[in-house]
Design a protein around this ligand. Structure first.
Ligand code: ADP
Ligand code: ADP
Length: 228
């Protein structure tokens, strides 16, 4: 499915954010990227999305290295999607419905199919009641749900979640956990970054611990949690 070989990423100011990272999505159903602030989790996701291009190493999707051109990325983003930690990085449009519909219209889906998918996604994320609302006025938690609805509607095989529950209250957190579990049951491959061990333990079956851009341990969640 999705894996990396010697993935290394250096920012322009020479910060080595990732060094020789090797992950493989086939190791589990819901994979955890575990690490504190600055460990390299977001950089990892930006590389996996093709938004950043590795300084060294490669990312393979179904055995083939990613290609960094418009046509390839247009197709790739219908297979792999990312829920950003900050929903403001992901939602731009006038109202909730149009925001979730944007990517689907962009692919050229007929409007009745767009409506079916958007309504389903908004119901699943409990955002349907405010679908006509301007995104600008939503609370953080509401924006987060709209951002998640966007990737649900896109229906990609792989979904990446960068800190999906950060900043959410307990009820909203339970809602997001439920959504991620449902997506996994539907057969989606999922990677979640988090430093919340409860969330990781509840959701994930395999994990990679990142520290200063390097994988310092990986294994089943049971093994990782019994290590220390
Ligand atoms: P995490 O998501 O685990 O908090 P990041 O991937 O955001 O970690 O950051 C990894 C490292 O890269 C950190 O040292 C961070 O300061 C650095 N970094 C992140 N973004 C940039 C950037 N745009 N330019 C320079 N350094 C960056
Ligand atoms: P919180 O951030 O705690 O959810 P807010 O005060 O941001 O609370 O919002 C409460 C509710 O009011 C939310 O449903 C939000 O979408 C809505 N809201 C906030 N400001 C406006 C506004 N100017 N116009 C319309 N709805 C608004």
């Amino acid at each position: 499915m999705l894996r990396t070989e010697h993935l290394t990423y250096k920012y322009e100011d020479n910060t080595m954010a990732l060094k020789d990272v090797e992950i493989n999505l086939n190791n589990g159903e819901i994979i955890a990227l575990i690490g504190g602030n600055g460990a390299g989790k977001s950089t990892m996701f930006l590389n996996l999305m093709g938004i950043l291009k590795p300084t060294k190493g490669i990312i393979l999707f179904n055995g083939q290295p990613l290609e960094y051109n418009k046509k390839y990325m247009y197709d790739y983003r219908q297979k792999v999607s990312l829920v950003f930690q900050d929903p403001d990085k992901q939602i731009f449009h006038s109202n909730v419905y149009d925001d979730v519909a944007f990517a689907l219209r962009n692919i050229g889906l007929p409007e009745d199919e767009v409506k079916r998918r958007v309504d389903d996604a908004l119901i699943q994320t409990e955002a349907y009641d405010f679908k006509e609302k301007a995104v600008h006025y939503l609370s953080y938690g509401q924006k987060k749900r709209v951002a998640i609805a966007g990737v649900i509607a896109l229906n990609t095989q792989v979904i990446l979640f960068d800190e999906p529950t950060a900043g959410l209250d307990p009820a909203m957190t339970r809602g997001v956990v439920k959504i991620i579990n449902t997506l996994a049951k539907e057969g989606k491959k999922i990677i979640i970054s988090s430093h919340d061990m409860d969330i990781i333990y509840t959701l994930c079956d395999y994990g990679y611990i990142l520290n200063h851009g390097q994988v310092i341990a990986n294994g089943s969640i049971e093994d990782l949690f019994s290590m220390d």
